[in-house]
Ligand binder design. Structure first.
Ligand code: PNS
Length: 166
């Protein structure tokens, strides 16, 4: 049986920390479906289509073992539909723990067949998050070594379109 995991998130945008989790996850799973939550209530910098594109380009090296998709509704229902028995999540610092714990427990209550697997983010990426990267990029901070090259370029383009204070 193929071991499939869903790696869900906002990925607004994908960072090197996310890629690190996918790389590690591929040592445990045959296939990883990176799934962007379609959430019209959450304000995002990149549209779902843009985020799908950024993920696809950033993961070109991972070939057929990684698929990129989007979903709405309940994560466990999406996982079951896609034949996945695991949800993959990255854990950075202790600050992530409470939210991740709640999410994992709720998902287990909703479907006991789907297991949540946490992987520790590499030390290098422990303070990296999409939000903090967007914040730094907005004010011209150098984030080149924290994101894939395509994300670096598209972030610069976005910031040029809507500079801070506009
Ligand atoms: O990158 P994020 O924003 O931390 O990812 C959060 C995500 C997408 C994993 C979470 O919000 C989610 O799974 N949402 C889908 C709805 C759902 O199933 N929620 C959990 C049970 S209420």
């Amino acid at each position: 049986m193929e071991r499939i995991a869903v790696y869900p998130g906002s990925f607004d945008p994908v960072t090197n920390g996310h890629l690190d989790i996918i790389e590690r996850g591929l040592r445990l799973f045959d296939k990883i479906i990176v799934a962007i939550l379609y959430n019209p209530n959450k304000k995002s910098l990149f549209s779902v289509e843009e985020r799908l594109d950024l993920l696809r380009i950033s993961m070109a090296d991972f070939n057929h073992r990684v698929e990129v998709d989007s979903f709405d509704g309940l994560l466990v229902e999406y996982a079951s539909r896609r034949g996945a028995h695991a949800i993959l999540r990255g854990m950075r610092a202790v600050s992530d723990f409470e939210y991740e714990f709640q999410l994992a427990l709720m998902n287990r209550k909703l479907n006991r067949e789907v297991q949540t697997v946490f992987l520790m983010t590499g030390l290098r990426w422990i303070f990296t998050s999409s939000s903090i990267i967007k914040e730094a990029a907005k004010f011209g901070g150098d984030i080149a070594d924290m994101v894939p090259p395509v994300v670096h370029q598209r972030l610069a383009e976005k910031m040029a379109q809507c500079p801070p204070g506009t």
